[in-house]
Design a protein around this ligand. Structure first.
Ligand SMILES: Cc1cc2nc3c(=O)[nH]c(=O)nc-3n(C[C@H](O)[C@H](O)[C@H](O)COP(=O)(O)O)c2cc1C
Length: 187
């Protein structure tokens, strides 16, 4: 399968990038082809301007060239995996803007669905699972990201996997990288 791995972190040695690499390595070992979309390095502009605003009366609206390029990159792959740090109990703005602009009306929702049946979101959380459960942040993220975006766009096999405790706990980064490899091997 051809997998587009979308990474949303600007620091080269971030745990997020290491997770993306660990996922890609084991997915490739399994025989998948992996293409990486490195949003920060590519300086993707997350600001949605008028040209990319949906026209609710026209599902065939032609969006900007930048957006059409992203759509084409998705279309030449068969699955999407987004790897991002949890920032304020959600995804970083650059990834949110990528979805705002690219997962657009008429292409990802409305009369059509997102082109991939399989989409995995891998969120790397600084806090531990208990912190999330205490205030239902885990449920909030599932509802907003998995239901609100993936289900809404008709993704049949859509999933949000949160890897907890990047900052809390001594051993956590290793466990997170181990989980990332396991996700790649199981994909
Ligand atoms: C702006 C910002 C907001 C953050 N918000 C959260 C948060 O809401 N919940 C959480 O668990 N961690 C939060 N963190 C911690 C990151 O999730 C953590 O730094 C990241 O997952 C770990 O690795 P990396 O930055 O090296 O990839 C935040 C970090 C930053 C910089």
């Amino acid at each position: 399968m051809k997998i587009l791995v979308v990474v949303a972190h600007g620091r080269a040695n971030s745990l997020t990038r290491q997770v993306a690499e660990a996922f890609a390595l084991s997915a490739r070992e399994k025989g998948h082809e992996v293409e990486v979309a490195d949003l920060v390095k590519e300086r993707f502009d997350p600001v949605l301007t008028e040209v990319d605003e949906p026209d609710w009366n026209d599902p065939d609206k032609t969006y900007s060239e930048a957006v059409r390029r992203e759509m084409a990159r998705i279309e030449r792959n068969e699955a999407t995996v987004m790897v991002f740090p949890v920032w304020w109990w959600s995804m970083p703005a650059i990834l949110k803007g990528w979805i705002d602009r690219v997962w657009n009306h008429g292409w990802a929702y409305g009369p059509r669905s997102y082109p991939h049946k399989r989409v995995l979101m891998i969120a790397i959380a600084g806090n531990g699972r208990e912190t999330y459960e205490k205030r239902d942040y885990d449920k909030a993220m599932q509802l907003q990201l998995a239901t609100g975006i993936l289900d809404y766009c008709g993704v049949e096999d859509g999933r949000l996997e949160t890897l907890y405790g990047a900052i809390e706990g001594n051993d956590a980064p290793n466990q997170i990288l181990h989980s990332a490899s396991a996700l790649g091997a199981a994909f």
